[in-house]
Design a binder for this molecule. Structure first.
Ligand code: NAD
Length: 502
């Protein structure tokens, strides 16, 4: 029997999504809505408002007013810390409900949400982490450099109105990576979730209000890039755009920021390598590489190491284990605890991934496993089988472009220099993995890789570790002190203490 999500929708009690402007939930100005189709079945399961340019204008003005006149940017450390911690407690309390909403949004299996980066607990940890900076990341005091004695100090002040734009794949973590530091710093926010994952984010915002965030500090405009996103990134009263998503949209945002010289933070795509040396724990490396491009998000994860560079001596062993892991993937109802991997988010992405698989074969890579769309009971959904390509040349399209699907491309190498050259032969630079038992090599190679986050024999996003990309994988970092500081302006204040300076 064909899979259906309607019973889950009714059980969760999914309600239509509204905009949040200046503390009021309301429909869009022209009444237009977006119909959400579930990626596992393509059934229509819910609707939410599409914010027009006028709605976005009202949301930005509400955020501006809350910043210029409201209590949040002027609140005490204690007040802000309490709201942040209350929110993270609410997240943990509502974890199961939120994971159900996420499963209805993007089809990520609930099991995966409990154990991995899609988890609500990680988002709560990120809020707790940023709450910790509020009383620590202040300014500095400097001695006089020239002239007479003086007092020279710096202040960190909130940057202003932040437009936070999210993708659909990991909305809890990315909501936290943006709103955690922005709210901790005292900014106000206009949030645009992805049109493919809005229901779970709307619930996060309800919980934020329940935690005591004052009116107008967070406003929500749902809808697609056009018209909603465009109206937001071009709005003159927005001070900073914090974006996670594709490289193409990232470039458009940088372009649009020029008008009023907005600050931008960008977390974009990747084509991260996993380098597997001959002395590595090969089964661990193969299971991790294949697992992260299939399990959970089916490779729709920026940080997935989708290019395995494997030493020729252990190449066959790697392929055998990776093939076994790929064959083990279980697809289906995201509410079923036995299901391990999601469908692709929409038909466009399904066609794109199947197109890359075809291209891989045309360019001469060896298809070892998968490569097909799943049929039968899952035939209405956007499911693609876990796919493994061997004998890939690093110049091939499947080794260079971000596929954002369950496809691992395995490239052979002969020595350390070649591995590093291949790893760095990319326009991206988000992450990389180094698999070896030799400690000096692990660090030597890590230092030579042009990527923002390196995992030695494994990797996980941590709330207090900077995360972000070199090259075309982004601008700036999320996580840690530098992320908090990216939501502040630095002000210098100087006062002569003697007449001599005058
Ligand atoms: P996307 O770029 O299509 O959409 C991201 C967001 O931008 C959505 O909210 C979308 O509505 C909005 N948008 C689209 N056009 C816009 C415009 N002109 N103006 C303003 N907003 C606009 O990306 P996606 O498909 O949602 O997500 C997948 C991409 O995100 C992949 O490239 C992936 O690597 C990347 N990603 C990166 C990270 C990271 O931390 N580096 C994390 C997750 C996803």
């Amino acid at each position: 029997m064909a899979l259906s999500m309607l019973a889950h929708r009714d059980e969760v009690g999914l309600k239509d999504g509204l905009l949040l402007v200046g503390g009021q939930w309301r429909a869009s100005g022209d009444g237009v809505t977006w119909t959400h189709r579930h990626p596992a079945t393509r059934e229509e399961i819910g609707r939410f408002a599409v914010a027009t340019a006028e709605d976005v204008d009202a949301a930005v003005k509400a955020a501006r007013k809350a910043f210029d006149e409201g209590p949040w940017p002027r609140s005490t450390v204690g007040e802000r810390v309490r709201v942040m911690h209350r929110f993270s407690a609410l997240l943990r309390e509502h974890s199961d409900e939120l994971l159900s909403l996420l499963a209805l949004d993007n089809g990520v299996p609930k099991t995966f949400g409990n154990i991995y980066a899609a988890s609500v607990t990680v988002a709560a940890d990120v809020f707790d982490h940023h709450a910790g900076w509020i009383d620590k990341a202040g300014g500095e005091t400097f001695p006089g450099y020239q002239g007479g004695d003086k007092l020279a100090v710096t202040f960190r002040e909130p940057i202003g109105v932040v437009a936070a734009i999210l993708p659909w794949n990991a909305p809890f973590l990315l909501f936290a990576q943006k709103l955690g530091p922005a709210l901790a710093a005292g900014c106000t926010v206009v949030l645009k979730p992805s049109e493919y994952a809005s229901f779970s984010v709307l619930r996060l915002v309800e919980l934020l209000l329940e935690a005591g965030l004052p009116e107008g500090v967070v406003n929500v405009v749902t809808g697609p890039g056009d018209p909603t996103g465009e109206a937001l990134i071009t709005h003159p009263l927005v001070d900073k755009v914090s974006f996670t998503g594709s490289r193409a949209v990232g470039k458009r945002i940088v372009e649009a920021s020029a008008g009023t010289l907005k600050r931008v933070s960008m977390e974009l795509g990747g084509k991260s390598p996993a380098i597997v040396f001959a002395d590595a724990e090969v089964p661990l490396a193969a299971a991790t590489a294949m697992g992260t491009v299939t399990m959970g998000l089916s490779g729709q994860a920026c940080i997935a190491q989708t290019r395995a560079l494997v030493h020729r001596d252990v190449y066959d062993e790697f392929i055998t284990v990776a093939q076994g892991v790929a064959g083990y993937m279980a697809y289906g109802d995201p509410f079923d605890p036995a299901v391990l991997a999601s469908p692709l988010i929409n038909e466009r992405q399904l066609d794109r991934v199947l197109g890359y698989i075809q291209k891989g074969q045309e360019e001469g890579a060896r298809l070892v496993q998968g490569g097909n769309r799943l049929e039968g009971d899952l035939g209405n959904g956007n499911f693609v089988a876990a796919t493994l390509f061997a004998d890939v040349d690093n110049k091939m399209t499947i080794a260079q472009e971000e596929i954002f699907g369950p496809v691992l491309a395995v490239v052979p190498f002969s020595d350390e220099d070649e591995a590093i050259r291949l790893a760095n032969d990319t326009q991206y630079g988000l992450g990389a993995g180094v698999y070896t038992k030799e400690v000096q090599r692990a660090f030597r190679v890590s230092k030579r890789l042009r990527a923002g986050s390196i995992g030695i024999n494994g990797f996980q996003v941590e709330p207090h570790m900077p995360f972000g990309g070199y090259q075309q994988s982004g601008i700036g970092r999320e996580g840690g002190r530098s992320a908090y500081e990216a939501y502040t302006e630095l002000k210098s204040v100087m006062m002569p203490l003697t007449e001599a300076m005058m």
